[in-house]
Design a protein around this ligand. Structure first.
Ligand SMILES: [Zn+2]
Length: 113
C-alpha cells in the first residue's frame, strides 16, 4: 500500500515519464464518479438517454458538485478515486437524480412520443 501522506514526486520521476507528459495533466475525479453512476440512474429513471440529454444531465450534476482535481502524475489517481467514491457517492447520486428530474421535465428537444 502506498503511503498517501507522501504525495511528493521526485524529479527523476518526471524524467522517467518523458517530456510528452505535462505537469498540468489533471483530471476531475468527480467527473469519473458521475460517469460511473450516470447511465444506470438514467436508465432506471426512464429519462430520455439521447446524447443531448445525457450531456445536459452530466453537466448539471457536475455543476452541483465541488470539482476535485487530481494530478495523474501523482500516480495515486486510483487511490484518490477510491477514497472519493466512499466519501461522495451519496452526493454524486443525489446530484445526478436532481439533474435527471430537471432535464427530464424540460428537455432541450420536443418530448418523445
Ligand atoms: Zn433527449
Amino acid at each position: 500500500m502506498p503511503d498517501e501522506r507522501n504525495v511528493s514526486v521526485s524529479s527523476d520521476f518526471y524524467e522517467k515519464m518523458g517530456e510528452d507528459v505535462k505537469i498540468s495533466d489533471v483530471q476531475n475525479v468527480m467527473e469519473t464518479l458521475v460517469e460511473e453512476h450516470l447511465d444506470k440512474i438514467m436508465e432506471g429513471s426512464g429519462v430520455c438517454t439521447c446524447d443531448y440529454c445525457r450531456a445536459d444531465i452530466k453537466a448539471l450534476a457536475l455543476n452541483k458538485l465541488p470539482a476535485r482535481y487530481a494530478s495523474r502524475l501523482e500516480g495515486n489517481l486510483i487511490t484518490r478515486v477510491d477514497n472519493m467514491r466512499r466519501q461522495a457517492s451519496t452526493d454524486v447520486i443525489a446530484a445526478i437524480m436532481e439533474a435527471v428530474n430537471t432535464v427530464g421535465t424540460n428537455p432541450r428537444h420536443e418530448p418523445r412520443k
